[in-house]
Design a protein. Structure first.
Length: 550
């Protein structure tokens, strides 16, 4: 499993009317070129482009109260036959905007700048009050278009959300604007592209693209190739001086980020055959992209980074759980706890509580069992997902383990998968009862588990039934796994052969405990005799049933 574990393919393409949008710092000197929808307009074309923002001081925790400095442009373009005298527009803002400047326009309510326009505002021209018709000016953009450069403060919408106004309309008599289409335009140099949720799959504007709308969830190619691909459609506009429609540049330096996912290293975009996709109109026609590129990203494991998931070990022969390692997924503020102390052994029921509610259990447990109590107490694991591996039984002919996944994140994981590497025991893998298990021949010693069809959600953490008293409850999934020993003679489960050597959740490698539950001397075979007898009787019954039905 040293080599790259998974591969993701991103395909994106430009639509036929696509032209490229580039470096927005060039904006100011350039007369702006028309957006493509202009082609269908024979009156006045209004548009609003959000350009950039930066967080303002004070930086506050409450996202709704955070203020942002923003730059945007509004445009009024006369594509009609007649001159537009004394243009007036209304922009219905909605994020408590405070305008500091509006280059090219004046506020019609006579407000000075530093105007609170959170409920919308009227604008008219300052230097260019009238917009000539294209016919009269031989298409001179400087005379038929005005660009208003807005800057100010707005509240609440953090990236990747785009704070657009609710609407924009022309106020002059005799004109009627259709409702604006909300196609998000983004002029950031490093935009964040978010995957769409599944509900958008049939959306006539943004959906209807094969492999779209995965809700950020991708599977390994070896598990399901149809779910290992995510396709994004990017519409690109060009602005002068780069107006050569034939020269297309794909975005570079892709990076994948998510809630709990591994790091990926993405290669350069490679031009591939133009993608064909169903026509957006819903007609049985096919549209072909102007150009398509493929970006392949491989999972990598940077040497120095905390994990995002962790594993705890337990066994039928030891009443303590070895919990996740202290700070397995990092420790930020450790004034009150000890990041260097090993984690404290726990009673099994403590695994169901969030770390901050385990302290009482851990202390009481340490007292009863005469374990060491570090001072200060060790810090938590801080992991979003933790996995308990419990050795359930150990007979002469086989053994079982129980795997439990705990989700401490607020979000659900759909189509989750976990990969378990077991150096010796893997050849004896027989069956997993409540998950779908797959042996991967290409990856030595590895078994991959997924939820069964219809049970593939690992739910997010929820509040206790009485949040004031009960601790938070993690989302859980659990299954028993059985192994035979016929393929693996001589393995000693308790000495470590019964525990995974590497564990992955959704491709992210999890931190493993540094020791195994120990067997106190003497009781190993005692316990097992009883188990063997029970097992034997069970087999007999199963066998008898087998005969009955054959
Ligand atoms: C807005 O644009 C001006 C001029 O280009 C720039 O100096 C400023 O940093 C920008 N502000 C934000 C919030 O991006
Ligand atoms: C966050 O700020 C908004 C607006 O200032 C306010 O209405 C809301 O109550 C605040 N929320 C919290 C949790 O403080
Ligand atoms: C916007 O309208 C609401 C209710 O009509 C009013 O309470 C608020 O003060 C207005 N805000 C601004 C900035 O005018
Ligand atoms: C989209 O349309 C397909 C085929 O008509 C249908 O099977 C699917 O359920 C629809 N998806 C959504 C999210 O509406
Ligand atoms: C189990 O997973 C395999 C590989 O992803 C898949 O082909 C199969 O349909 C799944 N079976 C069930 C019952 O979910
Ligand atoms: C991804 O892995 C493949 C196969 O191992 C390799 O050919 C390719 O160069 C890798 N790409 C990157 C960006 O690491
Ligand atoms: C769990 O821990 C939190 C934070 O320390 C505390 O507020 C809460 O009361 C605890 N709940 C229980 C049931 O112990
Ligand atoms: C989409 O993902 C979010 C979290 O990223 C999750 O909360 C939501 O349930 C998912 N929706 C579906 C339909 O899977
Ligand atoms: C799997 O194991 C075999 C034999 O031990 C070895 O030759 C091969 O390179 C291994 N493959 C991988 C992907 O580790
Ligand atoms: C969970 O509890 C917290 C704090 O007690 C509360 O703010 C939050 O709204 C609750 N969430 C749900 C879904 O009940
Ligand atoms: C359980 O295992 C732990 C860790 O290996 C060990 O410290 C402890 O003594 C064991 N407990 C018993 C009852 O054997």
């Amino acid at each position: 499993m040293k080599r790259a574990f998974g591969m993701l393919t991103f395909v994106f393409f430009f639509l036929p009317f696509g032209v490229r949008l580039s470096k927005n710092q060039d904006y100011d000197e350039m007369p702006a070129a028309p957006p493509p929808a202009v082609e269908n307009c024979d009156g006045i074309f209004l548009s609003y482009d959000f350009l950039s923002r930066t967080k303002e001081y004070p930086h506050v925790k409450n996202a709704t109260a955070q203020s942002w400095a923003f730059n945007s442009t509004a445009r009024v373009l006369n594509t009609g036959k007649f001159e537009l005298k004394a243009w007036k527009i209304f922009i219905r803002f909605q994020h408590e905007e405070i305008l500091v400047n509006a280059g090219g326009a004046v506020l019609m309510d006579g407000d000075d700048f530093l105007a609170a326009v959170g409920n919308g505002s009227y604008f008219s021209g300052s230097t260019q009050a009238d917009l000539k018709a294209s016919i009269d000016t031989a298409g001179d953009f400087t005379q038929i278009q005005v660009k208003i450069q807005l800057s100010g403060t707005q509240f609440g919408v953090k990236p990747p959300g785009i704070p657009m106004p609710k609407t924009i309309r022309l106020v002059n008599d005799g004109y009627k604007c259709p409702a604006p289409t909300h196609r998000i335009m983004n002029c950031e140099r490093k935009p964040v592209i978010s995957d769409l949720p599944p509900e958008k799959a049939n959306d006539t504007i943004v959906g209807r693209i094969p492999y779209c709308c995965r809700n950020g969830s991708l599977l390994l190619t070896i598990l399901d190739p149809s779910k290992s691909k995510s396709v994004f459609q990017v519409q690109v506009y060009k602005i002068p001086p780069d107006v050569n429609r034939a020269a297309l540049y794909p975005p570079e330096k892709w990076k994948i980020v998510g809630t709990l996912n591994p790091d990926y290293k993405c290669g350069p975009p490679i031009r591939v055959d133009a993608t064909e996709f169903p026509d957006a109109s819903g007609l049985p026609a096919v549209t072909t992209a102007i150009a398509s590129w493929q970006i392949v990203c491989n999972i990598t494991r940077p040497a120095k980074r905390n994990s995002r998931c962790c594993v705890s070990f337990s066994a039928y022969y030891n009443n303590s759980v070895i919990p996740c390692n202290t700070c397995a997924c990092g420790c930020g503020d450790n004034k009150r706890c000890n990041p260097d102390a090993p984690s404290m052994l726990l009673p099994p029921e403590a695994l169901l509580f969030p770390f901050e509610n385990r302290t009482q259990n851990a202390l009481a447990w340490a007292k009863i069992n005469h374990y060491n109590i570090p001072k200060p107490l060790p810090c938590g694991d801080n992991c979003g997902v933790s996995i308990n591996w419990h050795v359930n039984t150990d007979y002469m002919s086989g053994w079982t383990a129980r795997i439990t996944l705990f989700n401490w994140e607020k979000i659900n994981f759909e189509n989750w998968f976990t990969a378990i590497q077991m150096k010796k025991a893997y050849r004896g893998y027989e069956k997993i009862y409540s998950f779908n298990g797959t042996l991967i021949p290409e990856l030595n010693h590895t078994i991959i588990f997924q939820g069964l069809l219809g049970l593939n959600f690992l739910m997010g953490e929820t509040n206790g039934s009485d949040p004031t008293k009960d601790p938070r409850v993690p989302g859980k999934q659990q299954s028993v796994i059985s192994f035979t020993k016929t393929q693996t003679p001589g393995i000693t489960i308790a000495k470590g052969d019964g525990y995974p050597s590497r564990v992955f959740f959704n491709g992210e490698e999890c931190s493993l405990p540094t020791k195994f539950p120990m067997m106190s001397n003497g009781n190993q075979y005692h316990v097992n005799m009883v188990e063997i007898i029970r097992f034997f009787i069970c087999s007999l019954i199963t066998y008898a049933f087998g005969r009955l039905f054959n």
